[in-house]
Write a protein that binds this ligand. Sequence first.
Ligand code: HEC
Length: 219
Amino acid sequence: MLPLRKISPLILLAVMSTVGCRIDMHVQPRYNPLAKSDFFADQRAARPLIAGTVARGDERADTYFYTGKNGSVLGEQMPFPVTKEVMRRGRERYNIYCSPCHSRLGDGNGFIPSRGFPQKPPSYHIERLVKAPIGHFFDVMTHGYGIMLDYSAQISPHDRWCIAAYIRALQLSQNATLADVPQGQDVPSKAPEFLEPGTGATLPQLAPAPNTSEKGESK
Ligand code: HEC
């Protein structure tokens, strides 16, 4: 009989080779990405999502919030209360994403149209858009309008509503009358206007600009 000392390397080799031949999760039947399959009728191994699949956290049960529509009719109301925070957010997002074309005032005189963009946007202050339901503004941002592309990838539904609320405020600001001023509140005399640099928008000057010399003062 061979001494154990001599056969032990053989035993070790035998054990190692059987362990190395395991076929379980190391080698499993699977398709390479986008490989052809004979199993499915359309021969695609990569299967499309089953109709009606809903991603986790994306149920979208509140359809008005995501469409601005009740059925197929554009809605007139905000889906959440309009607070100061909502208006601040709307103003910030509007100034970032919309003002380059629509101007900070919403009159359509942004600097992109002034540099040769194929079409000037309409002013938000025309009668048709003043009367348009707020859902229309949400819908334009969600799906685009005419040659204007949509902003659904850049701006979340919540922020689109904030912007829509801010556009309503812009419209009010341009069409307000004395009757809109709450009783007992002072109306400041009309502020001098100035041109917002780079936007083409005319804005009221709220605070006196620095370095303005008094009339008649010598230089
Ligand atoms: C690159 C320039 C550009 C930007 C940025 C832009 N728009 Fe427009 N927008 C246009 C143009 C051009 C039109 C007119 C499209 C047409 O009638 O074919 C338009 C039209 C509109 C209209 C009018 C739709 C109607 O009923 O006539 C609304 C409302 C509007 N945009 C909202 C927005 C909002 C809100 C944003 C920001 C999220 C935005 N736009 C950003 C160029 C732009």
